[in-house]
Ligand binder design. Structure first.
Ligand SMILES: O=c1ccn([C@@H]2O[C@H](COP(=O)(O)OP(=O)(O)O[C@H]3O[C@H](CO)[C@@H](O)[C@H](O)[C@H]3O)[C@@H](O)[C@H]2O)c(=O)[nH]1
Ligand SMILES: [Mn+2]
Length: 618
C-alpha cells in the first residue's frame, strides 16, 4: 500500500497526463507488488479525475483520506464516500492477497502474472517489464474519458554473479527503460515511501528548467526530504529541519539527496554542459505509436539485463554512479563538476513526504551507510577539493566537506565521551581551573556553538526538548554510526570487504510503533552499536559518581576549593553525558518491554566499562 500510494500520488500530478509516465522499479521482484500496481492502475481511473475535480491535496489516497477531508475545502460528500469505499475495497484486496502470500485463482493466469515462475528467487531472476497503462492506447482513459498517464512495472534482471549496484543500478535500469518508452526530457525520482504532497511540484520545477535566461544551465531541481512520521518530542533528535531550513539554503548549489529531485535526462545521462547547449524538446516523435506494447516491452527488457552495462559508461560517467552507498551525493557532485547548475527549492508546502526510521537500530544503520558513503567520496578521486577544484566554487567544496567528513568526527567524540570522564574518576585534571582566565577560550567555544545551535533550532520551530535530543543523538551517532562508518571505510581502502546498501525498514510492528509514539527509544536487539552506547553510558555513570565522590572527599579533607575549580568542567561534561544517557539506563535497568536492551548486552557493557576503568592513565 505504501508503494501504490506513492505511485498514485505522482500519477495525479496537476500536469497533462499524456506527458506523464510513471516507472516503478521493483528490486524485490515480488508478484504481490505487481498485483498491487494492477489494482492501483484500475483505481487511478477513479482517483485521478476525483483529485482534479475537487483539487485534492495531498494526492496520496491514504494521506488524503486520513487527513479528515470532510472538514476542508470544497468536496462533495457523496463523491468522497464513493472514493473512500473504492479505496477501502482495494486496500482489503491488496492486504488480503499479501496475507495469503500468493496470487491465486483467476488472477494467476492473467496476463503479466505468468512471468513469475516458481524457480526465480529475488536476486536470481529474469527481467520483467510490463506496461500496465499504455498512454498511447486511446482506450486507456479514466472514468471521465481523459487519457491516463503511462504506468510501467520494471524488475531488472539479477544474477548472483553480477553486481546489482543496489539503488544506483535500479535507477539506471529505469532511466534506460523510460528512454525507450517515453523518453521525456525531465525525470523525477522518488523513493518508494515518498509520496508527493503537492500537486504543483512538476510545474514548479519546470519553471526553473524553462527559464529563458538560465534554464538551460540547470541540471536538477532538488526538493528537500521531509518525513511524515516525526513526532514533536523528536526522540531520535532528527535534525532534517535544520538541514532543510538552514544548511541547504546556504549550500550554494543543491546537494542531490536521492529522492524528490527533478533531473534533466541528458545531464543525468552524462552530458557535459556547454554554453551552446539548448534543449530540443522533440523526443516523443521518435517513437513509433503503431508499435505494440509487447514488442516495446521486449526491447525494454533487453536494456535491463545483467550484461547490458558491460563495457558502457553506465555507473561511471552515465546515470547514477556505482560503488558508493550514497550514490546520490556523488552523482550530484559529478554533474556539478560537468558544469551544470543545480537548484535547491524549498516551497512552503512540503513537496514530498517519506518515512524516517522508528527504531534506534535502523536509524543508526542508516547513518552508518551515509557516513561511510560520504567519507568514501572524500577519500576517492571525487574529493570535492581535488575533483571540484576550478569546477565548483570553494564555498560549495567546503559545504560538501561538512557532510563528507561525518565519519572521522567519531574520533574526537569518542575521546570526549571516554577520556575526560576516566580522568575525572582518577582525579586527573584536563581543563584549566574555572577561576583561571584560560577557561575563557573553552567557555567561548561551548557557549558560542551551543547558543548558535539552540538559536537555529528555535528559529526552525523546534522546542528546547527537541534541541536537547539533537545534542544527545549527535553524541550517539558519532560514537556508533560514524565510528563504524569510519572503520568500514578504512578497511575497504585497505582492501578488505566492500560496501553494500542496507535498506531502511519501512514496516515496523505495532507494539514497537506504540512505544515510539509514547516517546521511548527502541533498542530491542543486540547490536555492537548498542554495546558501545551502553558501555559509554555505564562508564560515565561510574566516573561521575566516583569522580564527584573523590572531589567531595578531597574538599571534605580540608584540601580546599582548588580541586572543585580544577575539576568543574570535567564534572559538568561527565554529568551532561550521564544526563544524555538516561534512555540507555532505562533500556538497561528499568524497562521490561521488548524495546529494552537485552541482559546479555548489559553484562557485556558492564564488563567493558569496568575494564576501561581499570586502564592505568598515569
Ligand atoms: O538495492 C536497492 C536498495 C534500495 N533501493 C531503493 O532505494 C530507495 C531508498 O532506500 P531506503 O532503504 O529507503 O534508504 P534511505 O536510508 O531512506 O535512503 C536515503 O539515502 C539514500 C542514499 O544512501 C538515498 O538514495 C535515498 O534517496 C535517501 O532517502 C528505496 O526506494 C529502495 O526501494 C533499491 O531500489 N535497490
Ligand atoms: Mn527511505
Amino acid at each position: 500500500m505504501l508503494v501504490i500510494n506513492t505511485v498514485l500520488s505522482v500519477m495525479a500530478y496537476d500536469y497533462p497526463p499524456e506527458k506523464l509516465s510513471v516507472y516503478v522499479s521493483d528490486d524485490g521482484r515480488s508478484n504481490l507488488t505487481f498485483y498491487a500496481l494492477v489494482e492501483a492502475a484500475s483505481f487511478s481511473k477513479h482517483w485521478i479525475p476525483y483529485c482534479k475535480k475537487f483539487k485534492v491535496e495531498p494526492r496520496s489516497p491514504a494521506a488524503y483520506l486520513s487527513s479528515g477531508p470532510e472538514s476542508v475545502g470544497t468536496f462533495d460528500s457523496a463523491a468522497l464516500l464513493a472514493i473512500k469505499k473504492l479505496y477501502k475495497e482495494m486496500e482489503n484486496r491488496v492486504e488480503g492477497t499479501t496475507k495469503l502470500g500468493t496470487i491465486s485463482g483467476d488472477l494467476a493466469t492473467q496476463e503479466g502474472f505468468s512471468q513469475w515462475d516458481s524457480q526465480a528467487t529475488s536476486g536470481n531472476n529474469q527481467a520483467i517489464v510490463k506496461i500496465l497503462i499504455d498512454g498511447r492506447d486511446s482506450n486507456a482513459v479514466d472514468i471521465e474519458g481523459t487519457v491516463l498517464p503511462t504506468l510501467v512495472y520494471v524488475a531488472r534482471e539479477k544474477r548472483p554473479q553480477y553486481p546489482n549496484n543496489f539503488k544506483a543500478g535500479a535507477m539506471n535500469a529505469l532511466i534506460r527503460v523510460s528512454s525507450e518508452i517515453s523518453n521525456a526530457p525531465f525525470i523525477l525520482n522518488v523513493d518508494c515511501d515518498m509520496y508527493s504532497n503537492s500537486s504543483d511540484s512538476v510545474r514548479d520545477a519546470l519553471c526553473f528548467f524553462m527559464d529563458e535566461e538560465s534554464g538551460h544551465e540547470i541540471s536538477y531541481v532538488q526538493y528537500p526530504q521531509n518525513f511524515r512520521n516525526l513526532l514533536r518530542s523528536n526522540i531520535y533528535g532528527d535534525y532534517i529541519k535544520i538541514i532543510n531550513e538552514v544548511e541547504f539554503p546556504g549550500f550554494g548549489e543543491a546537494m542531490f539527496v536521492g529522492t524528490g529531485c527533478f533531473h534533466r535526462r541528458e545531464s543525468l545521462c552524462g552530458r557535459k554542459y556547454s554554453k551552446s547547449y539548448k534543449e530540443h524538446y522533440q523526443y516523443r516523435s521518435e517513437r513509433n505509436p503503431q508499435e505494440s506494447a509487447v514488442v516495446l516491452e521486449e526491447r525494454a527488457k533487453s536494456l535491463v539485463s545483467c550484461t547490458y552495462e558491460n563495457n558502457t559508461g553506465w555507473g561511471k560517467d552515465m546515470g547514477m554512479m556505482y560503488g558508493c552507498p550514497v550514490e546520490d551525493a556523488i552523482t550530484g557532485l559529478s554533474i556539478q563538476c560537468k558544469g551544470w547548475k543545480s537548484i535547491y527549492f524549498n516551497p512552503p508546502m512540503e513537496a514530498f513526504l517519506g518515512i524516517s526510521p522508528t527504531a534506534l537500530g535502523q536509524f543508526l544503520v542508516q547513518h552508518k551507510r551515509w557516513s561511510e558513503g560520504l567519507f568514501k567520496i572524500f577519500l576517492s578521486k571525487y574529493c570535492p577539493f581535488l575533483y571540484g577544484h576550478g569546477k565548483i566554487k570553494l564555498k560549495v567544496q567546503m559545504a560538501y566537506a561538512l557532510y563528507l567528513l561525518w565519519a572521522p568526527l567519531s574520533l574526537p567524540m569518542l575521546y570526549y565521551v571516554v577520556v575526560p570522564s576516566l580522568c575525572l574518576l582518577k582525579g586527573i585534571p584536563l581543563f584549566p581551573k574555572i577561576s583561571s582566565s584560560w577557561i575563557l577560550p573553552f567557555a567561548y567555544v561551548v557557549a558560542a556553538t551551543q547558543s548558535y545551535s539552540l538559536g537555529e533550532c528555535l528559529w526552525c520551530g523546534e522546542t528546547l526538548g527537541s534541541w536537547w535530543n539533537m545534542q544527545r543523538m549527535r553524541v550517539m551517532r558519532r560514537t556508533t554510526s560514524y565510528l563504524f562508518g569510519l572503520v568500514d571505510t578504512v578497511l575497504q581502502q585497505l582492501g578488505f570487504g566492500s560496501s553494500g546498501f542496507v535498506i531502511t525498514a519501512k514496516v515496523t510492528d505495532d507494539e514497537s510503533l506504540q512505544r515510539y509514539a509514547a516517546g521511548s527509544m527502541e533498542f530491542g536487539s543486540s547490536s555492537p552499536m548498542f554495546t558501545i552506547l551502553a558501555t559509554v553510558a555505564l562508564l560515565n555513570l561510574v566516573c561521575f559518581v566516583g569522580g564527584v565522590a573523590g572531589v567531595v572527599a578531597v574538599v571534605g579533607g580540608g584540601a580546599g576549593g582548588g580541586m572543585v575549580s580544577q575539576m568543574a568542567l570535567q564534572v559538568l561534561l561527565c554529568g551532561l553525558l550521564v544526563f544524555g544517557s538516561i534512555p540507555s539506563y532505562q533500556g538497561l535497568f528499568f524497562r521490561k518491554d521488548k524495546g529494552a536492551l537485552p541482559t546479555a548486552l548489559a553484562v557485556q557493557a558492564a564488563f567493558l566499562a569496568a575494564l576501561a576503568c581499570l586502564v592505568p592513565l598515569r
